[in-house]
Write a protein that binds this ligand. Structure first.
Ligand code: ADP
Ligand code: MG
Length: 333
């Protein structure tokens, strides 16, 4: 008898969820991306025990109507792309339509939302949104709830139904640090959005909307005195941001925040190219600090290669690397 079986749906769902959602930080990443995609100008993140016990992300974005709220947590649902062609020109942060589904399958989840634009209830209460709970993948009843424009997602007891993943969560402090670093990446890239993080009810980060990139660098590095502003354009490709003076280097790449089309990415080759441009100004074990924003036409870059969209692939990587090096050489000259 053959030994291959079709896996039960419950197993498929859980393992798929486990691929997207690894830890509290990956929950926060997906939720903040959704808030940014929704055009929010204010994002509040409240955490308990490093997010292991509870994560709340509240935004003032476009919100959702009842109809959308009913399906947003289901598999493969997205309001961001609709055709295969769309995949070639993605500008939103999310697009796989699986984050809310994955999170709601492995937590005590709820989402509430109010969209004043979409409020089609005639003569109804214009302050009324909707809330739907989803307990480890099982949706409850949707109910009306009074709230301002925007969306609030609550995630409690992550992985309580998934011991294999729960076991691998680290201490609250460790998980919190991971989230803090991740949110900093968004804070630097979105100067027109205010961010607040509360941990165990104490405010631990506040970046109001009037904080520009320089002010936000201060939040990340404690100061912004040793950064040089960079601005470089070559054809349709541009590089902007701040890099540290050579004498103020770091001992790893961890202090160099790198973005492609405003998306934080792990692109080691790019980082190495930046370091290379510093040449003998930096010792072998010294690395630049800063935040660098590379902008390339959407069709030149594929962000679809990694399940958490952390990696990228270029159509003409050599050209991009060359421009990056030129930009840094130009700055240091
Ligand atoms: P994706 O972001 O890949 O489309 P998600 O599962 O993260 O998939 O979200 C599903 C859909 O729910 C989104 O496409 C969007 O239409 C809606 N949505 C999720 N979060 C928000 C939010 N904070 N504000 C408004 N709409 C949201
Ligand atoms: Mg998303």
């Amino acid at each position: 008898m053959g030994k291959i079986i079709f896996l039960p749906q419950a197993v498929v769902t859980k393992t798929a969820a486990g691929e997207v959602i690894e830890n509290p930080a990956s929950v926060v990443k997906e939720l903040v991306e959704n808030s940014l995609d929704a055009g929010a100008t204010s994002i509040k993140i409240a955490l308990s025990e490093g997010g292991k016990k509870k994560i709340v992300v509240a935004d003032n974005g476009c919100g959702m109507c009842k109809e959308d709220l009913l399906i947003c947590h289901k598999e493969h649902t997205s309001g961001k792309i609709s055709t295969e062609e769309d995949l070639g020109r993605i500008s939103s942060l999310g697009f796989r339509g699986e984050a809310l589904n994955s999170i709601s399958c492995v937590s005590d989840f709820s989402i509430k939302s109010f969209s004043s634009q979409e409020d089609d209830s005639q003569g109804g209460d214009s302050q009324s949104g909707w809330k739907i709970p989803v307990l480890y993948g099982k949706a409850g009843e949707i109910e009306p709830i009074g709230m301002p424009q925007g969306t609030v997602v609550e995630v409690q007891n992550l992985f309580a139904n998934f011991p294999a993943r729960l076991e691998f969560l680290k201490t609250s402090q460790y998980e919190f640090q991971k989230i803090y670093y991740l949110v900093l990446l968004f804070v630097l890239a979105n100067p027109n959005v205010s961010f607040v993080i509360l941990h165990n009810e104490k405010p631990v980060l506040e970046a109001p909307v009037h904080y520009n990139l320089e002010k936000r660098l201060e939040l990340a590095f404690g100061h912004s005195d040793f950064f040089l502003p960079l601005e470089f354009t070559a054809g349709h490709i541009s590089v902007g941001g701040y890099l540290s003076m050579p004498q103020k280097s770091s001992n790893s790449f961890a202090d160099l925040y790198f973005y492609i089309n405003n998306r934080p990415v792990k692109w080691l080759k790019g980082l190495q190219q930046i370091k290379k441009a510093y040449g003998t100004l930096l010792e072998k074990h010294q690395f630049p600090k800063g935040a660098l924003f590379l902008k390339v036409p959407f069709e030149m870059v594929d962000v679809n290669v990694h399940p958490r969209k952390e990696e990228v692939r270029f159509k003409n990587e050599a050209l991009v690397l060359e421009i990056l090096e030129k930009a840094v050489l130009d700055l240091l000259a």
